[in-house]
Design a protein around this ligand. Structure first.
Ligand code: 5GP
Length: 169
């Protein structure tokens, strides 16, 4: 398979530092809870968390979307957080926003737990594919409508460990 590089390792590293600084400035000394959406965001969330010089706690959620009847996609919760997020500053960390379906569901769900604030940080944003009214507060890279792999993103569970973001030609 021919994999082309879309965003190399150095660019990812530099951009994560910038976004981490932006988060630090926005929350000035307040505590934040990072909720990493498994599996794809695992690589990004850990690298980002290490760069944020604030009191940070980390938790994980896992969801999967499946095709329901009448071709409507449904979201299935596979793993829930164990942190009490009421009155906490929460940042959902995701690998990629495509239609926005997954994060729209997650946002509603987490908002029902009464956080003090709830924002979204995504590594990649395929803005032109959006079907839901969802605007992440922090975006590392806007990308064109290509199927990307690497740095957490998989193709059939493989390629998550690529240190760069690539696409299949
Ligand atoms: P959404 O709910 O926003 O339509 O889709 C988000 C999810 O779709 C992501 O968390 C990811 O699992 C998957 N996804 C969307 N685009 C891509 C892509 O280009 N590559 C990979 N590997 N997964 C993608």
């Amino acid at each position: 398979m021919n994999i082309k590089t879309l965003i190399d390792e150095k660019k990812i590293e530099n951009r994560i530092k910038e976004v981490a600084k932006q988060i630090e400035n926005d929350y000035s000394n307040e505590e934040i809870v990072i909720i990493c959406i498994l599996k794809g965001a695992a690589f990004f969330a850990t690298d980002l968390a290490k760069r944020i010089n604030l009191p940070v706690t980390v938790d994980f959620m896992k969801v999967s979307s499946y095709e329901g009847t009448e071709s409507t996609k449904k979201i299935d919760f596979k793993l829930d957080i164990s942190t009490d997020i009421s009155n906490k500053n929460v940042i959902i960390v995701e690998d990629i926003v495509d239609t926005g379906r997954t994060l729209t569901y997650l946002k509603d769900y987490l908002n029902s737990k009464n956080p003090k604030s709830l924002k979204i940080c995504t590594m990649l944003d395929k803005k032109e594919r959006r079907e839901f009214d969802l605007n992440p507060e922090y975006v590392c890279f806007e990308i064109p409508d290509k199927f990307v792999i690497g740095y957490g993103l998989d193709y059939d569970e493989k390629y998550r460990n690529l240190p760069y973001i690539g696409y299949i030609e």
